[in-house]
Ligand binder design. Structure first.
Ligand code: AMP
Ligand code: MG
Length: 319
């Protein structure tokens, strides 16, 4: 059928693209690998007694993030709600009672168009999101290392044919993964240090102790190192860059308020969380690993869109 106007033409092109994408053998194999990653990660977390909870899609409370994104608001029932950018606050709340939780959490982050060609950004993606009560950063780093080693080992053992398809060789990574502080990495490699650290490492590597200005208000500050947070990013080797971000969380009301103000954010924006903190919350720690980035790394893909069934590339309205 002939397109009758530009909009119809756009839709037809996007549908053609979606069909072409789905019929690409590389995409089909990457989606299979992703399905294995999902089940092995959950097997691992269940074996460590983590309870899987359902994702939250819409709420008056979501992650402010530390970089700008378009922010779709849903006004209903006399109030405003947002689509989930991350479940950080819901994790902090749920973990108070459930102690150890995990979620396959879809996130909507309408990233700027300039991220369309990064190979690493989608505006709809899924995080393996994990949080535990009264655990330290070091304990959670240890858990993340075990999770990654376990998942990769099972793929190698149970689905070598998939790695062969991608001509991908993955070593057996050893614990503990190497670590570098944010400041050391920046001093050594300059502004683009994450890329450099990733390119130079032959193991997943931690970047720890991230300055407050680089992060959202909710990660916990060292009591003896003002301005430095007890958080961590995990970076994939071979130039694949960030795998995960996480940290210990602020839980004291006075610290939470101080940090909201330092970020020039309003108490109104976080009134649901502040109310909760007033009632008292305990410390928790957690992290999130993007599943499409995990798949991209395991398969050695150039572009993250090949690790998504219906890729949402920043700047385009797609199926
Ligand atoms: P964050 O806490 O913001 O670092 O997000 C947690 C993890 O989600 C990151 O470490 C990535 O693996 C993944 N992630 C974040 N943003 C995106 C995106 N736009 N597209 C794909 N994955 C993402
Ligand atoms: Mg991050």
């Amino acid at each position: 059928m002939e397109a009758i106007n530009e909009k119809d033409d756009y839709v037809r092109k996007e549908i053609d693209k979606a069909i072409e994408h789905l019929s690409d053998k590389r995409v089909q194999h990457a989606i299979k690998v992703q399905s294995y990653i999902r089940s092995y990660v959950m097997d691992f977390l269940r074996s460590r007694e983590y309870t899987e909870i359902s994702p939250i899609i819409v709420s008056p409370l979501t992650d402010p993030l530390n970089h700008p994104v378009y922010d779709p608001k849903i006004s209903a029932y006399g109030g405003d709600m947002w689509l989930t950018k991350s479940m950080i606050f819901h994790k902090q709340i749920a973990v108070q009672e459930l102690k150890k939780i995990c979620i396959m959490s879809p996130n909507i982050r309408l990233e700027n168009e300039d991220r369309a060609t990064s190979g690493r950004h989608l505006y709809e993606f899924t995080q393996i999101d994990i949080e535990a009560l009264e655990k330290t950063r070091e304990e959670m780093m240890d858990l993340a290392e075990d999770l990654i080693i376990y998942t990769i080992k099972r793929i190698k053992e149970e689905h070598p044919e998939e790695l062969e398809f991608f001509k991908r060789k993955l070593p057996d990574y050893k614990k503990p993964f190497p670590k570098i502080t944010y400041t050391e990495a920046e001093e050594k490699y300059g502004k683009d240090f994450e890329k450099k650290v990733s390119q130079l490492s032959d193991s997943p590597i931690w970047i720890v102790d991230i300055p407050l200005k680089e992060r959202e208000f909710y990660d916990r500050e060292y009591s003896d190192k003002p301005g430095i947070l007890r958080d961590m990013d995990l970076v994939w080797p071979e130039g694949f860059q960030e795998a995960s971000s996480g940290g210990e969380r602020e839980f004291e009301l006075s610290k939470i308020l101080e940090r909201i103000h330092k970020k020039d954010q309003t108490e109104e924006q976080f009134k649901w969380f502040i109310e909760l903190a007033k009632q008292g919350i305990k410390m928790s720690c957690g992290f999130g690993i993007g599943i499409e980035r995990f798949t991209r790394f395991v398969c050695g893909l150039e572009k993250i869109e090949d690790a998504s069934t219906f890729p949402k590339i920043p700047g385009r309205i797609s199926l």
